[in-house]
Design a protein around this ligand. Sequence first.
Ligand SMILES: Nc1ncnc2c1ncn2[C@@H]1O[C@H](COP(=O)(O)OP(=O)(O)O)[C@@H](O)[C@H]1O
Ligand SMILES: [Mg+2]
Length: 393
Amino acid sequence: MCDTKCVILIFIVYLCMEKELNPFLVTSYKNAFHFCNREFETEQLKKNIQNNVNTSLFAIRRVGKTALIQHVFNYYAKNPKVVCIYVDILGSLNLKEFTNQLATVIYNRFPENKSIGKKIISAIKLLRPSISFDDFSGTPEIKFDFIEHKAYEKTIQQLFSFLDQQNLKIIFAIDEFQQILEFPEKNVEAILRTHMQSLKHTHFIFCGSNQKMMYEIFNGVKRPFFGSCSNMHLDFISETKYATFIEKIFTHYKRKIDKESIRFVLSFTCCHTFYTQYFCNYLFAIGKKSVQLDVVKKIALEILKLYEPTFFQYRNLLTAAQWQLLSAISKEEKLFKAHSADFIKKYNLGTSSMVSRGLEALLEKEMIFFNSTVEKPYYETYDKFLMRWVQIK
Ligand SMILES: Nc1ncnc2c1ncn2[C@@H]1O[C@H](COP(=O)(O)OP(=O)(O)O)[C@@H](O)[C@H]1O
Ligand SMILES: [Mg+2]
């Protein structure tokens, strides 16, 4: 009886370990081993940091911007003279919420029991915030409630300049930075740019997924941020590098996957990082010691089935014409000539101006993206699983 119990227990532990150890991450970052490539971009970011050059990091969604920042932060993690701070401002709707978010991440970044932590906490308390605790995580949240808009500007300046004077190198990453364009206060760019100029030991990484808005902020000649940062573009990981990574991980865990299967995965996901990670995670989770093409194809269909309710939702949220255009783009995979008579006729899309309106709406809803960083720009469906689903329908 005991033997049976032991076997069951070992099996459960094994399952839990397997679950915990899925090496293909689909959220966040773990360590360098689980991170594929990006050597050039990592070095570039480190070089910018060493040379006090601020960075603006551009890429479409789910390609790996946040993970790259975490990877670079991981490199500095053991250096007591460098403090890395990360904030995602997608949830901030105005200057007040932005200020509160900045103060909260700073407050939570320094351990209370260290002298620097004590200094930061008392400096923030001097600014008279209210401190509450998040219902779920229990972490402190800083809230300022000023009447005057100017008071928030001043608070941001105080927070940054206080940090800058601590004899540390501060690396401040602000993710989804394009969100500042949504704030009702239209001078946030100018405020930040002005403060940035006066800081000596603080390096910024501004990162965002909305290409159009990010370009507007950093490449608009009349904008405060113009020329203030080194622009960095994050592309898809190359097929060769991703294939080596997938093989490395499978081999490390004493499993096999043939080259044909890897090629299928990467072609199915177009090397888009999130979709590739998701597919590999799923493949790894089935627990097979040796993975071959027939299994990979079966998993591909399973994934599409799993996502089907979401695709139906997308369809219901779009007009018939928008869905028709999205289907056409998905079928083309890369659409180079959106206004060509051939394309419009092939998919029965009406007129060129109807296509223009459709493209605008789909870009706005982030159902498609326009890749303008290559010699021949093209439109492509964002969600690779949706693209494949449409293709087999
Ligand atoms: N170089 C990489 N190697 C392995 N997984 C990665 C890599 N870059 C990103 N990922 C994974 O891909 C997913 C999307 O990455 P993320 O950094 O959130 O994209 P973005 O910030 O561009 O939207 C995450 O699950 C992340 O863990
Ligand atoms: Mg991100």
